[in-house]
Design a protein around this ligand. Structure first.
Ligand code: ADP
Ligand code: MG
Length: 198
């Protein structure tokens, strides 16, 4: 199966679920993120979901002195990072995604927890995106970030097609019984002690 065939397949699979079911599955993903001591991370990159992506509950979007939330903004072929400054300050950008208009964030080394949406993931941490490679270009800049892919259970596979430029996740959370973690690049037991190594 090619990447594009898999993208098509996932779109069809998604149609089998009601909005309510997708919302329930999203809640389970969020619960698992919270179980990973999400709030112990200092600089977290989240995303504003498109209609068909795992919904990240508003409770995740809080800024404290020692816990900052960032969001990506599409600028040309790249994702810039900006500090989340409240839902009122978001504006629709490229692809209709809500993006922060605030201050740009360039201290890439400080980002220690990234939640990455995807169309499919596999047990080796490979990720299939929407086909533009945005996260493949962004993630190598976030050298210290623990990368968590999030998806619905039907988007998690034993193996998906991948290429050398595809950046692998350290962990994939899909809200179902499946919660595979394969790449404990730099495990931080004090922060991520609920992670189960597959
Ligand atoms: P996605 O990750 O969104 O599923 P792909 O992995 O298929 O998309 O990548 C789409 C395109 O993005 C690739 O064909 C490649 O040309 C480009 N790309 C991916 N990673 C990089 C990179 N690190 N530098 C430059 N171009 C890249
Ligand atoms: Mg890719």
């Amino acid at each position: 199966m090619t990447k594009n065939e898999l993208r098509k397949y996932i779109r069809m699979e998604k149609c089998k679920y009601s909005d309510g079911e997708l919302a329930e599955m999203s809640d389970r993903v969020v619960a698992q993120l919270l179980g990973m001591k999400f709030f112990s991370a200092k600089v977290v990159l989240l995303y504003c979901p498109l209609a068909d992506e795992v919904w990240l509950d508003e409770s995740l979007f809080v800024n404290w002195d020692d816990h900052k939330v960032l969001l990506p903004k599409v600028v040309g072929d790249d994702l810039e990072l900006r500090i989340f400054d409240g839902f009122d300050s978001l504006e629709k950008g490229a692809f209709g995604i809500l993006e922060p208009v605030g201050e740009m964030f360039t201290d890439y080394d400080a980002v220690d927890f990234v939640v990455v949406p995807g169309m499919a993931f596999d047990k080796a941490g490979h990720r299939l995106g929407r086909g533009k490679g945005y996260y493949d270009r962004l993630l190598p800049r976030l050298r210290n970030a623990y990368k968590i892919g999030v998806c619905f259970p039907f988007q998690f596979f034993d193996e998906i097609p991948s290429e050398p430029h595809d950046v692998r996740m350290d962990c994939v959370v899909c809200g179902g019984l499946l919660r595979q973690t394969v790449r404990q690049k730099f495990p931080k037991p004090e922060v991520f002690d609920s992670i189960v190594v597959a």
